[in-house]
Ligand binder design. Structure first.
Ligand code: HEM
Length: 353
């Protein structure tokens, strides 16, 4: 694309060949403007080359994933980052003209990165000041900071830590919330789906308590909604470049339809989205598979499940027909944010317990 070589693997077999058999040869992401300006010249995990530093960053974040509350404060900046990192930047594909920054993308990234850097620096300083209070019970950030200057082989710099935090804030918030928004939009477009989901939930959960994570394995219809949303609204089409193939018509009949039957009966119904079934790889596959795959699936199933279970969802009359257009970004967002009117459907006590 442009003047850069790019291989497109557009079938499950090709994806398997690249992401399993040849995984090692394709386990680095090409640098782009986002890697340079938003990730301190690839000092983060997402753009780090496969090697000891990437391994350490990945190990640390597997062990100590951040909770949700830290992420919320940063929502606006996260959205701005995801949008700017997702713009199709000409310079990434025709490097000889990158210096002109024709669309002003790099300029915006540099400014945004300054704001992030200031925020993360402040957060780390405040955290270091209170480290004593967590003696014996270090949290994720304490452990990361303890690995700056660690002596067993790989050493993290403060820049690495900040870049990793930025990865996790961005990858951990906007991705799941956008999938949930798409799922709700698809459900509201087809009230029959909402009705069936409610029937299943009433049977499994009842109407007088909250939905719990332990209910999810019994909610197969809900799971099929999540999988079909992962399939139809894939993320990161070009910018975390590896593969996105879940619209392959030989596997998925009428791929542009939102059709839950695919996951309810027939031979592909058992397809999972965790990176082993190459027909459906919304989290990628192979060694560079999404570091938050498990967390992403749990977040989407649990939050979407709770929203659907707790309310009847309707399109507000003034909205008219739901707009399902996609905006191009690092995550494929809805072009027009979903507006919805929810109506409680549970026993009143279920909302307070
Ligand atoms: C619904 C939610 C999510 C989706 C659809 C998603 C999707 C993806 C995809 C497609 C990739 C590229 C994989 C590849 O190249 O093969 C990726 C990478 C990554 N994701 Fe996610 N993600 C989600 C949630 C999360 C969460 C919750 C976190 C962490 C808190 C996270 C952290 C990362 C990181 C760090 C990488 C880069 C991994 C590496 O290069 O080693 N993601 N994600």
């Amino acid at each position: 694309m442009g003047t850069c070589n790019m291989v497109v693997a557009s079938t499950p077999d090709a994806a398997r060949a690249f992401l399993r058999n040849l995984d090692l040869n394709f386990s680095n992401r090409p640098p782009n403007a986002g890697a340079t300006h938003l990730a301190d010249n690839s000092q983060d995990m997402v753009f780090a080359d496969n090697g000891p530093r990437w391994k350490l960053l990945r190990k640390l974040s597997n062990l100590h994933m951040l909770g949700g509350s830290e992420s919320n404060e940063f929502k606006d900046m996260v959205v701005e980052l995801m949008t700017s990192a997702g713009i199709f930047n000409f310079g990434d594909f025709i490097p000889s003209i990158a210096w002109m920054d024709l669309q002003g993308v790099e300029g915006k990234m540099k400014k945004l990165h300054k704001r992030w850097d200031a925020l993360l620096t402040k957060m780390m300083e405040e955290h270091a000041e209170t480290a004593n209070e967590r003696k014996g019970k270090p949290d994720f950030l304490d452990i990361l900071m303890a690995n700056t200057g660690n002596s067993d082989g790989e050493e993290l710099s403060l820049v690495n830590v900040k870049a990793l935090l930025l990865n996790l804030f961005t990858a951990g918030t906007d991705t799941s919330s956008s999938v949930i928004e798409w799922a709700l939009a698809e459900i509201m477009k087809n009230p029959e789906i909402l009705k069936k989901a409610h029937e299943e939930m009433d049977e499994v959960v009842g109407r007088n308590r909250r939905l719990e994570e332990s209910d999810i394995p019994k909610l197969t219809y809900l799971q099929s909604i999540c999988k079909e949303t992962f399939r139809k609204h894939p993320f990161t089409p070009l910018n975390l470049p590896r593969v996105s193939i879940q619209a392959y018509p030989d596997v998925w009949e009428n791929p542009m339809d939102f059709n839950l039957e695919r996951f309810l009966s027939g031979k592909i119904a058992r397809t999972e989205s965790r990176g082993n079934d190459f027909e459906l790889i919304p989290f990628g596959a192979g060694r560079r598979i999404c570091a938050g795959t498990r967390m992403g699936i749990v977040l989407v199933e649990y939050i979407l499940g709770t929203l659907v279970y707790s309310f009847d969802w309707m399109v507000p009359p003034e909205t008219g027909e739901l707009n399902m257009d996609e905006a191009f970004g690092l995550a494929l967002q809805k072009a027009v944010p979903l507006s919805a009117s929810p109506r409680p459907r549970l026993e009143p006590t279920a909302y307070v317990s």
